[in-house]
Ligand binder design. Structure first.
Ligand code: ADP
Ligand code: MG
Length: 254
């Protein structure tokens, strides 16, 4: 075996897998540019680190199960009058995620709620957070079948492990009592250990009607709206709000 092949095998056994693929290039480059030993070692380490980060990012993107790849860069604020560039930047810096705030994105269909949620999710992944995207319908289904199917169990484990859970299209369909209960249990578990992004075309005060149980609704809202940023798309306000003002808000769909 050539020395180079042996070196590559050694690198693989030491788990420098990414570098082992590129070591010939790295050596050639160093010889051509006549770099110092320190610089050479540095480039080796840097390459390994970058490749690992890249792989990790790809893995996390796959885990997140986004329905489509929509970035914040593709989100046009001039299209969205109700959100300024500055506000979008505030959202993208993810301080709210660091502080475990939840985010509620409200507005009628088509205004970019899902796009914004995915964009923020991708941004969070690029900063090393674990993110998962799930529609409300799929979430309820997963919760109901957790005991029965491995797929649901895996999905829910990832949800419980995530730093950011995006629940899309909240209250799209009315839930029955049992569904509302298991949903509340999950929110209760996630509370204070992760951030949640909810998108909905109904204002929080209307969620109660869809859940059909005022006690559970109040309990869920209490958890979600405890520390929250509400973003109205196509509305006229974007502010930090407390629970009392949220309840006073008009429906976003009119
Ligand atoms: P919603 O979830 O509010 O119903 P979506 O996020 O699905 O809306 O947006 C509908 C389509 O319009 C998507 O393809 C999305 O990428 C696009 N879109 C909406 N708002 C914007 C925006 N401000 N900039 C760029 N694309 C947008
Ligand atoms: Mg949507």
């Amino acid at each position: 075996m050539s020395q180079l092949k042996e070196l590559q095998a050694l690198m693989r056994s030491l788990r420098f897998v990414e570098t082992s693929h590129k070591v010939t290039d790295l050596i050639n480059q160093a010889e051509k540019q006549d770099v110092s030993y320190t610089q050479f070692l540095w480039s080796i380490m840097l390459n390994e680190q970058k490749q690992r980060e890249q792989k990790q990012m790809e893995k996390r993107l796959k885990w997140a199960t986004f329905p489509s790849h929509k970035t914040l860069q593709e989100f046009d604020v001039t299209e969205q009058q109700s959100l300024s560039k500055k506000q979008l930047n505030q959202l993208s810096d993810l301080n709210w995620l660091e502080q475990m705030y939840n985010l509620v994105l409200l507005g009628p269909p088509g205004v970019g709620k899902t796009h914004l949620a995915i964009g923020l999710g991708i941004q969070a992944i690029s900063l090393g957070y674990k993110v998962i995207f799930i529609s409300m319908g799929d979430l309820v289904h997963a919760l109901k079948t957790e005991e029965i199917t491995t797929k649901s169990r895996v999905r829910l484990k990832r949800i419980r492990d995530a730093d950011l859970i995006i629940i899309d299209d909240l209250m799209f369909m009315a839930m029955d009592q049992q569904e509302a209960n298991i949903f509340f249990h999950l929110i209760n578990e996630l509370h204070d250990q992760a951030s949640i992004i909810l998108t909905s075309n109904k204002a929080p005060k209307e969620w109660g009607e869809l859940l059909g149980d005022p006690a559970i609704t109040t309990a869920i809202l209490d958890r979600i709206l405890h520390r929250v940023e509400i973003v109205h798309l196509n509305g006229d306000s974007y502010r930090m709000k407390n629970r009392t003002t949220i309840f006073d808000q008009e429906s976003v769909s009119n």
